[in-house]
Design a protein around this ligand. Structure first.
Ligand SMILES: *[C@@H]1O[C@H](CO)[C@@H](O)[C@H](O)[C@H]1NC(C)=O
Ligand SMILES: *[C@@H]1O[C@H](CO)[C@@H](O)[C@H](O)[C@H]1NC(C)=O
Length: 397
């Protein structure tokens, strides 16, 4: 017994594998598919046929076996997933454009992570990446269903099959975005490889679920009047997804207020204090899941600070503080803020003080060439002049 323990300790003390690889293992295994956003570039000029995306070997390489099966069984989904992944990148870069970490992506290479090594850390930025990508797939698939580009789903007509109401002056009708299918598909596809067996995988699962919850809860009712000259004798309504910007804004708010959850003890304590079983986020939308899979979402993370509330279903969770992002650090995939533009009058994160991490900044007058004085000519042409304007920009040293 004692000898066994000593050997165990030795095995830990001698790093047989480089730190980076053990970090990768920490990450959870559900992040490779993000690469689909850039797979096939530069040949994938839109619109590409679902088939061409399907054949692409770089796409194939980003997917796990189960994800390939889902793609085979549901023609059209790959295109929607790729669209979602690109939407996630665009939204992330928009939300973080004025921050030290600006959500930059790397060119896709087999085995490399699209967002770089930062996702090997369980920090807030990583939480946001998981949530926004999961949300974007949910959004994109739900919309693709109603647009008719996925063979195995369509508009959501389930509202219409319910009994009509006496009190309402409108009826369900038209084509609702299929959030049920989008939610289910995102769980199956995005959560592949996140078995929830350690804390990092639980963090990923929680943030993936949070992303989906933000999409579901922002579904809105839209209505249309029918009848003689829009007299509205008949009014039909359907459910529509919000613009993805709304989801991005909401998730950014959750990033700002993200909850740090516990690292210690929790991994082993399956039913211990750290992880209390909770069915709040159970599988309303659960597809043909085995028992094990259903349990995947039944956990409650414990706040790092015992005075804080446990994280809610729409909160983002993280495990460790973010690195400062000030200096270039290839090991962590951090570019640093040298050369970044900053705002000399802002006291926020885009201000030169914070953006440049106290190193100072330089100020330059630059000439920007822009289209200007545009006029509309009948019909149908817009003519512009090119104007040169002087601008003052500040960049971090
Ligand atoms: C992010 O910042 C880096 C420098 O830190 C810069 O090279 C890159 O262009 C920026 N990317 C975006 C999307 O703004
Ligand atoms: C710089 O920050 C100030 C104060 O927050 C703001 O009013 C201004 O619009 C910002 N300038 C630019 C170019 O973003």
């Amino acid at each position: 017994m004692r000898l066994w323990m000593i050997l165990g300790a030795l095995a830990v003390a001698v790093p047989a594998i480089p730190a980076d690889i053990s970090r990768n293992k920490n990450r959870g295994r559900g992040s490779m598919w993000w690469g689909i956003a850039k797979a096939g570039e530069p040949n994938n000029l839109l619109p590409m046929s679902p088939a061409s995306l399907h054949m692409d070997p770089t796409v194939y390489a980003t997917l796990r076996r189960k994800q390939r099966r889902l793609a085979r069984e549901n023609p059209g989904v790959l295109m929607a997933v790729a669209r979602g992944a690109n939407q996630a990148i665009m939204e992330c870069q928009h939300q973080f454009r004025n921050r030290r970490w600006n959500c930059s992506t790397k060119n896709f290479l087999r085995g490399k992570n699209l967002f770089g090594k930062i996702v090997d850390r369980g920090c807030r930025e990583t939480a946001f990446i998981y949530a926004i990508t999961s949300a974007a797939v949910t959004h994109s698939i739900a919309r693709a269903c109603s647009e008719g580009t996925i063979q195995s789903c369509s508009c959501d007509y389930t509202h219409q099959s319910r009994a009509p109401s006496q009190v309402r002056d409108w009826e369900w009708g038209g084509c609702s975005d299929n959030i049920g299918y989008g939610f289910k598909f995102s769980r199956e596809f995005v959560d592949t490889g996140e078995r929830g067996r350690n804390l990092r995988e639980k963090m990923n699962l929680h943030n993936n679920e949070a992303g989906r919850a933000h999409v579901s809860s922002e579904m809105r009712q839209e209505c249309k009047c029918h009848g003689m000259s829009g007299s509205c004798t008949v009014k039909t309504c359907w459910m529509r997804l919000p613009n993805f910007r709304i989801i991005g804004d909401n998730l950014k708010d959750r990033f700002d207020g993200a909850s740090r959850v516990m690292v210690s003890n929790s991994d082993r304590a399956r039913n211990g204090n750290a992880i209390v079983s909770n069915s709040a986020s159970n599988s309303v939308h659960g597809p043909r899941q085995g028992l094990g899979r259903r349990h995947r979402y039944n956990f409650q993370l414990k706040p790092y600070n015992p005075e804080h509330k446990p994280p809610g279903a729409k909160d983002l969770v993280y495990l460790e503080p973010s690195p400062p992002f000030c200096e270039k650090n290839p090991k962590l995939g951090i570019l640093g803020t040298h050369g970044r533009q900053c705002n000399d009058t802002s006291i926020g994160v885009d201000g030169c003080d914070l953006m440049c991490c106290g190193r100072g900044y330089k100020t330059q007058e630059v000439i920007v060439v822009e289209r200007c004085a545009c006029t509309f000519h009948w019909c149908c042409e817009v003519k512009c002049q090119l104007c040169r304007t002087k601008k003052t920009i500040h960049t971090c040293l």
